[in-house]
Design a protein around this ligand. Structure first.
Ligand code: GTP
Length: 369
């Protein structure tokens, strides 16, 4: 499947706007998947995750996008080139040493041309209305505007309270008793001078240093709260959920056909009759799912093989990896080329490192192998 150019909507809000996408993180929580590919390049509903984000940016009418890269920087340009296949003008800026989020934004300042810059973390799946976010920013003449989302359990995040006019009043660390349920959703609009004022050439965190510093200096930080779909794909559980939500059309993507389906079986994959592939699973190119196997809410990277009667649930099976006959993998991550021997059982949190072969024979694992 390929994502063709997506036409901009006719919203006038995004004239004079360009975008920066941060893609330089190590993706440690998604290891071992991120040993071979940076997190934004992991196949998600058949295309690199970043394709969904870039298509969304393009659909909002933005054409100039700068990628702030560091870890495995070469992989992005190899795949996306000059961006023209997506209707974009893409530029790449490489950090020799990771500069953290705000350092990475500062590092691309020399490539910026416009006054308003949308900045997105490269690992967020969201239905945010980008023109709406920019409108909020402009209507309030803000220095920076943050997309904020309400979550059921804000204790796992720092929270960001706002006043009755939507102005950000604080950045609070994680606490067991958060005063509000709004969190930073990892998508912002900055005025260009604010970016240029970030210290250059050293790591700077946007959440821990830049935003609190701006608040202290009296800058106007605006919150844009909405009820759009939002998911940080940073963990294996979130990654499989986000992929399944894309396949099922729970969150629309301009890079996919509208409507969604129970399963996405890509070119050259074979699903045997009598095998069940459901709940938004993706079966990558060249994969095989044999008779009686059940693949539920999972992602099979290219050339993965699920043998007869195996059960794969909420899991990622790496490229060329094999799940043996009758094995069970629930909430697991199987690295590229690894083998789960027939009859083994891998339970939540188990990760098998690339190339490792677990012998057949009914052993149960719930830890790293
Ligand atoms: P973990 O190691 O699992 O925490 O993942 P991560 O390295 O991606 O970190 P995190 O999820 O906090 O990063 C949020 C976003 O910022 C992601 O899109 C990262 O790619 C990006 N990011 C984090 N650190 C850097 C950096 O030093 N440079 C650049 N260019 N991007 C970064």
């Amino acid at each position: 499947m390929s994502a063709g150019p997506t036409g901009p909507d006719e919203s006038a809000a995004l004239h004079g706007v360009e975008a920066v996408v941060l893609v330089g993180g190590l993706g440690t929580r998604l290891r071992p998947l991120t040993l071979s590919a940076p997190k934004p390049m992991l196949p998600t509903a058949g295309v690199p995750f970043l394709t969904h984000l870039l298509s969304r940016i393009r659909a909002a009418g933005i054409t100039h996008v700068v990628l702030g890269t560091s870890y495995r920087s070469e992989v992005f340009a190899e795949h996306f080139g000059d961006g023209s296949a997506l209707g974009l003008e893409l530029e790449y800026v490489v950090e020799q040493e990771p500069l953290d989020t705000a350092g990475a934004i500062r590092n691309v300042a020399g490539r910026l041309r416009e006054q308003d810059i949308v900045v997105c973390n490269g690992d967020i799946l969201s239905g945010v209305d980008l023109p709406g976010l920019v409108r909020t920013h402009r209507d309030h003449s803000a220095d920076a505007t943050l997309h904020l989302v309400k979550v059921d359990d804000p204790r796992r995040f720092g929270c960001v309270p706002t006043d009755s006019d939507g102005r950000v009043t604080a950045f609070l660390e994680k606490t067991d008793d958060p005063p509000v349920d709004q969190i930073n959703a990892g998508c912002y609009v900055f005025r260009r001078p604010v970016i240029e004022a970030i210290p250059a050439d050293r790591p700077v965190s946007v959440e821990r240093e830049t935003f609190p510093g701006l608040l202290d200096s009296g800058a106007r930080l605006q919150g844009h709260v909405d009820a759009a779909y939002w998911l940080d794909l940073g963990t294996p559980a979130a990654f499989v959920r986000g992929s399944a939500d894309l396949v099922r059309g729970v969150v629309p993507s301009e890079a996919l056909p509208a409507g969604g389906s129970e399963a996405l079986v890509l070119d050259g994959a074979h699903v045997a009759q009598g095998a069940a592939v459901t709940a938004g699973s993706t079966v990558g190119p060249g994969c095989a799912v044999e008779q009686g196997a059940e693949v539920t809410g999972s992602v099979l990277f290219a050339h993965a093989h699920v043998e007869a009667g195996a059960v794969v649930e909420r899991s990622v099976i790496g490229a060329g990896a094999r799940v043996g006959a009758g094995a069970v993998v629930r909430g697991g991550v199987i690295g590229d080329g690894a083998v789960v021997g027939g009859g083994c059982e891998l339970l939540d949190g188990a990760r098998v490192w690339p190339g490792v072969e677990l012998p057949a024979g009914g052993v149960r694992f719930s830890h790293d192998c």
